[in-house]
Design a binder for this molecule. Structure first.
Ligand SMILES: Nc1ncnc2c1ncn2[C@@H]1O[C@H](COP(=O)(O)OP(=O)(O)O)[C@@H](O)[C@H]1O
Ligand SMILES: Nc1ncnc2c1ncn2[C@H]1C[C@H](O)[C@@H](COP(=O)(O)O)O1
Length: 207
């Protein structure tokens, strides 16, 4: 079983990934953020570093999908924090449409993505955490990564629009949308139970 948690920056993916991995006693795969050599520079100067960052994330995410594939052969359950689909369909697409990545770099990137994607298995369940801008801003501030102070509201807004469009057309497997605006699974165990019940119901038809 492989559940992938997707959603905008600060929606609560990492927090929920860790909690679900603990609950189900499954393996968790997190994003390559702390050791990412481009992320801080990217937020300082997006046009300069957009392509470098996308190639870095694409490679890191592809490597992760291959590790997940191997682990699945052992029947171990897996929780994945963000997917390779989001790199291309959300972030790279947004950078291109916002004029922050040149057409030449975007087409080069897409060529790479399209070569890789046929080797990627979709998750059994894609869990989309839907969050409005105030919730995202509040949680990004709460997390306090210095370089994310530069993130503009418009950037988050455009990412949310890309998410909604991508999710509306998602057809690679089961999909569960959870509105997290009024959920606090950090402090309220009942809110975590709500999410776990929805997952069990979507995957196994329980509840
Ligand atoms: N549903 C929630 N309610 C309250 N706080 C949350 C919730 N989800 C996440 N947080 C807090 O918001 C911050 C960002 O969450 P995080 O899981 O890192 O988001 P993401 O991985 O989607 O970027 C963290 O400080 C986390 O403790
Ligand atoms: N593909 C990406 N392009 C640009 N930025 C990205 C990409 N993937 C992740 N990010 C950023 C967004 C955040 O600042 C960090 C970690 O993501 P988070 O949603 O907080 O887990 O990396």
């Amino acid at each position: 079983m492989h559940i992938a948690i997707v959603g905008n920056i600060g929606a609560g993916k990492t927090t929920l990934s860790n909690k679900l991995a603990h609950h189900f006693n499954w393996e968790v795969f997190l994003e390559d953020v702390d050791d990412n050599p481009y992320l801080k520079d990217f937020y300082d100067d997006m046009p300069r570093w957009a392509f470098h960052l996308q190639v870095y994330f694409l490679n890191s995410r592809f490597r992760q999908t291959q590790q997940i594939k191997k682990l699945q052969e052992t029947n171990r359950g897996i929780i994945q924090d963000r997917t390779i689909y989001e790199d291309a369909h959300i972030f790279a697409a947004n950078l291109s449409q916002s004029g922050l990545m040149s057409e030449r770099d975007y087409q080069n990137y897409l060529g790479l993505f399209n070569s890789m994607i046929s080797m990627v298995d979709p998750p059994d369940l894609l869990l989309y955490l839907r969050a409005d801008l105030p919730k995202l801003v509040q949680q990004i501030e709460r997390r306090g990564r210095g370089y994310e102070n530069n993130i503009k509201i418009d950037y988050l807004k455009h990412l949310n629009e890309h998410y909604e469009e991508w999710i509306a057309g998602y057809n690679l497997g089961k999909l569960l949308i959870v509105d997290v605006n009024n959920l606090d699974y950090v402090n309220n165990p009942e809110d975590l139970s709500v999410v776990i019940d929805k997952i069990n119901s979507t995957l196994f038809g329980l509840f």
